[in-house]
Design a binder for this molecule. Structure first.
Ligand code: CP
Ligand code: NVA
Length: 311
């Protein structure tokens, strides 16, 4: 069987994505059933950027399934300096059963996967964060009891890993998605992702809209989602310029009023209160951000088992 990788959500068919969500639900309901499924298996966890949720949920996930996770900080590695990505991937595959990597350039994880004889999971690149959105879709379905027919509004930085994976993920499961972001290449979604999203949307009879009006995006939404204005890879000197252009897209109580009264608020975290959302929104009754964070654990277990052929 060919090795499967998860670099973007479009590496999965629509059905495979839904199957992983069902699997994540089953694992969440009955974690004990999977306590030894990865006995003697090792996950290599490569990190070029910081993490709380991704690191903990993958490592705990491996432990709870009887396997082991190795945290590997790229600052202590020869990869990209004395050793090529290709040689690293070929060597690591002689020791470990599965790899997850949090890198900067998406082309680097593509290069890694090209040379890896074991499955590779994208644990966030500047371009995509598929694991987060799988957990998010699981969370949305738990709260709303369905996926197809919902409307998700994303407000903020559009040229962003979360935005890109949300566009792919929502359009694969039939959720209408409206992205509200400022004008400009630095903050609008990547054309390639919009192309994929449009094709998915036609197939699944849902809508993909990009607008520069936050109120229009949020109007009638079931889910309002935002993400950091200063993603890990952005330099500190960009901060004031980004705050200026992104402030009109802040999710605050006024904006939440445009959504449905029972709308939920989501942020993948880490969050900056007073920036991409106000305190009252993220700490208010509509916020489900910690349920989202919890589901990273269950979703990641499902992703690893799926890629290891243990479905
Ligand atoms: N949401 C998420 O991926 O968080 P971390 O950066 O803490 O892993
Ligand atoms: N867009 C954010 C997501 C963090 C999980 C970043 O890249 O920092």
């Amino acid at each position: 069987m060919a090795i499967r990788h998860l670099l973007t959500l479009n590496d999965l068919t629509d059905k495979e994505l839904l199957d992983i969500l069902d699997f994540a639900d089953r694992i969440k309901k009955n974690p004990g059933q999977y306590a030894t499924v990865l006995k003697d298996k090792t996950l290599l966890m490569i990190f070029a950027k910081p993490s709380l949720r991704t690191r903990l949920s993958f490592e705990v996930g491996m432990t709870q399934m009887g396997g082991h996770g190795i945290y590997y900080d790229l600052s202590t590695s020869p990869m990209g300096k004395k050793e090529s990505i290709a040689d690293t991937a070929r060597t690591a595959a002689r020791y470990v059963d599965i790899v997850m990597a949090r890198l900067f350039g998406h082309e680097d994880i593509e290069e890694y996967a090209k040379y890896s004889n074991v499955p590779v999971i994208n644990a966030l690149t500047n371009f995509a964060h598929p694991c987060q959105i799988i957990a998010d879709l699981q969370t949305i379905r738990e709260k709303k009891k369905k996926l197809g027919g919902l409307k998700l509004a994303y407000c903020g930085d559009g040229n962003n890993n979360i935005t890109h994976s949300l566009i792919e993920g929502c359009t694969k499961v039939g959720i209408d998605i409206s992205v509200a972001c400022p004008r400009g290449k630095e903050v609008e979604p990547h054309d390639a992702v919009l192309g994929i999203g449009k094709k998915n949307a036609v197939r699944n009879k849902c809508k993909l809209v990009v607008t520069h009006d936050a109120g229009e995006a949020v109007k009638g939404a079931d889910i309002v989602y935002t993400d950091s204005w200063m993603s890990y890879h952005l330099p500190k000197e960009k901060e004031s310029e980004r705050i200026a252009v992104l402030t009109p897209y802040q999710v605050n109580a006024e904006l939440m009023k445009c959504a449905k009264p029972d709308a939920i608020f989501m942020n993948c975290l880490p969050a900056m209160r007073g920036y991409e959302q106000t305190v009252d929104v993220i700490d208010g009754p509509q916020s489900i951000v910690f349920d989202q964070a919890e589901n990273r654990l269950h979703a990641q277990k499902a992703i690893m088992l799926f890629l290891l052929g243990k479905r």
